[in-house]
Design a protein around this ligand. Structure first.
Ligand SMILES: [Zn+2]
Length: 465
C-alpha cells in the first residue's frame, strides 16, 4: 500500500446504485475520513467486507423541525369551528412553549435514530426555537443550536443546520405574537449566531451551516436581504431555505401586502439561485413554477406533513416538465420514512389527475426509482454537502437494502426501488452507514436503547408538568 494515502476500507456489494445507474459486483472504497475514494466493479478481493444487500445512496431529509416529532398525533382532534393549519400552529406553539434544551436534544436524537433506520442519512434542520421560556437569550445564545448538533452526533446523522431568522407575525413586519417569543432575534444577533456556529463546527465534515429566513410572513424584506448578504459573505455556497406559499391565506395576505404572490415576490426581489430551497411552494401559478424551475433552486416538498396540514397539492408534473429540482422533507415529522414521502408525493398527484405514474414521462421509466434519484439530487443540493451519490469525493452515506425482505424478493435494480416505495410495508433497510460509520446494523441503531431512554424521560416530564 502507498503509505502517503490514508487507510481505506473496501466494501463489496452484489449491486449498487452508482451515479444514477445500477451496477453489479460493486466495489466501494471508503477512507478513514468517511469519504468515498473509489467505485468500481469486479470480484471481491479477500480483504473486502461483503455487504448483505443492495446498496443505494442514503436519502437527505431537506426539511425538519425536530421537536415537532413529539407532538405527532396530539393535534388530531376535531372542533366545531373546523381545524386547519393555523389551529394546528396554536397547538404547536403551546407544546414548544414547555420544551427545555434537554427536551429538544432528546426528541431530536430519537427522531434522527428513527430517520436513519428508515434510510435517511442527512437532515436539514430548520431550527427556530432559540430563546428561553421568557423569550430571553440563553446564557449561551447558541444553546439550542448546540442541542441539535448534540442530537445529530449521538445519532450519527449528517446535519445541515439552518438557524432561522424570525421577527414578525405577518407580512411587512407586523409585531410578533406572544407564542413566537422563543424564535425572535435581531438581525445582528442572528448573524452573530451564524458566525459562532460556523466557527464552532468548521472542522466537522458531518455539519454544514446555512440560514433560514423563516418566511415572508416572519421576515420583512430588508432583514431578509441583510441575512442573505451576510451568509453570502461568510460562505457563497451556504444553503438558504425559506417556507413559502404553503397556505392559501398566505398568498392572499402577500397579495394584499405587495401585489405579488409569495413565490413571485421572492423571484422578483431576492437573488434566488441554486443555493435556495423554497420549502412547500404549494400555492403557485404556471408562471411561478416555470420561473422557479429555471432559477436552479430546489422545491422542498414535504408530502406527509402537507397532507396532514391540508396544505394543497404541489403541481409536480408541470414542475418536472420544466426540469425543476425537488427534494423531500419530513417537516413536522408525522412521517419518518423516505419511501413513504415519495409514495405520498406520487399518490396525491394520481388522486388529483386520475392517472398513474405521474412523475415519469418516458416510456418504461421506473416511477419509484426516478423519484428516488431526483430526491437524492435535490436533497443533496439543498443540504449543501457532498452527499446523495456513490462516487469518489462524496460522503460514504450508504443504505443496504435487504434482498430477502418479502417486498424485495425477486426484484432487481430499478424494480427493487419501485417495490421499496410502493409496497408500503415494514422497511427493507437493513444496514446504514453515514460518513463511513455504521449507525444501523441489522435494523438496529447502535445507540437506539440509550436514546429511547432519554426520550421516555423527556415525554414523562412533559406529560407530568
Ligand atoms: Zn416547516
Amino acid at each position: 500500500m502507498n503509505r502517503s494515502t490514508p487507510p481505506e476500507t473496501l466494501y463489496a456489494a452484489p449491486s449498487a446504485l452508482v451515479q444514477g445507474r445500477f451496477i453489479d459486483d460493486a466495489l466501494i472504497a471508503v477512507d478513514d475520513d468517511g469519504d468515498i475514494v473509489s467505485v468500481g466493479r469486479g470480484a471481491a478481493p479477500p480483504d473486502a467486507i461483503r455487504l448483505k444487500g443492495v446498496v443505494v445512496p442514503g436519502m437527505p431529509d431537506l426539511h425538519s423541525h425536530a421537536f415537532q416529532r413529539a407532538m405527532a398525533g396530539l393535534a388530531e382532534t376535531a372542533s366545531p369551528a373546523g381545524e386547519n393549519f393555523w389551529s394546528w400552529r396554536d397547538v404547536m406553539y403551546r407544546f414548544l412553549g414547555r420544551l427545555s434544551p434537554e427536551d429538544v436534544q432528546a426528541i431530536a436524537a430519537q427522531l434522527y435514530v428513527e430517520l436513519l433506520r428508515q434510510g435517511f442519512t442527512a437532515i436539514a434542520e430548520f431550527h427556530y426555537v432559540h430563546n428561553d421560556y421568557s423569550g430571553g437569550a440563553y446564557a449561551d445564545p447558541a444553546e439550542m443550536s448546540h442541542r441539535i448538533v448534540g442530537a445529530a452526533r449521538t445519532s450519527g446523522i449528517g446535519l445541515t443546520l439552518l438557524p432561522v431568522l424570525y421577527q414578525a407575525s405577518g407580512f411587512g413586519g407586523a409585531p410578533a405574537m406572544d407564542g413566537q417569543k422563543r424564535f425572535l432575534k435581531t438581525t445582528d444577533d442572528f448573524i452573530a449566531l451564524v458566525e459562532t456556529l460556523r466557527r464552532t463546527y468548521r472542522d466537522d465534515p458531518r455539519i454544514k451551516i446555512g440560514v433560514a429566513p423563516h418566511s415572508l410572513r416572519a421576515v420583512a424584506p430588508e432583514a431578509l436581504l441583510d441575512c442573505v448578504e451576510a451568509i453570502t459573505v461568510m460562505d457563497q455556497d451556504a444553503p438558504i431555505h425559506i417556507h413559502v406559499a404553503e397556505q392559501d391565506r398566505e398568498v392572499k395576505d402577500c397579495l394584499a401586502w405587495s401585489g405579488e404572490r409569495p413565490v413571485e415576490w421572492l423571484l422578483n426581489h431576492a437573488p434566488i439561485d441554486r443555493r435556495w430551497c423554497l420549502v412547500h411552494s404549494t400555492q403557485t401559478t404556471g408562471d411561478e413554477i416555470a420561473r422557479l424551475a429555471k432559477s436552479g433552486a430546489v422545491a422542498g416538498l414535504c408530502p406527509s406533513t402537507e397532507a396532514n396540514l391540508g396544505d394543497g397539492v404541489f403541481p409536480l408534473s408541470s414542475y418536472l416538465k420544466h426540469r425543476g429540482r425537488f427534494g423531500i422533507g419530513t417537516d413536522s415529522n408525522v412521517g419518518t420514512c423516505p419511501a413513504d414521502e415519495l409514495r405520498w408525493l406520487e399518490y396525491v398527484q394520481r388522486l388529483f389527475a386520475k392517472q398513474r405514474n405521474i412523475s415519469e414521462a418516458n416510456d418504461g421509466a421506473h416511477t419509484g426509482a426516478g423519484l428516488y434519484r431526483r430526491a437524492l439530487a435535490g436533497g443533496a443540493q439543498a443540504c449543501g454537502r457532498k452527499i446523495g451519490e456513490i462516487a469518489p469525493g462524496y460522503r460514504a452515506d450508504l443504505v443496504v437494502l435487504d434482498p430477502e425482505h418479502p417486498a424485495l424478493i425477486g426484484r432487481r435494480h430499478e424494480s427493487m426501488i419501485d417495490s421499496w416505495i410502493f409496497s408500503g410495508s415494514e422497511t427493507p433497510v437493513r444496514d446504514v452507514m453515514v460518513g463511513g460509520n455504521w449507525v444501523v446494523k441489522d435494523r438496529r441503531h447502535v445507540a437506539q436503547d440509550d436514546v429511547l431512554k432519554d426520550y421516555r424521560r423527556c415525554i414523562a416530564r412533559l406529560t407530568n408538568d
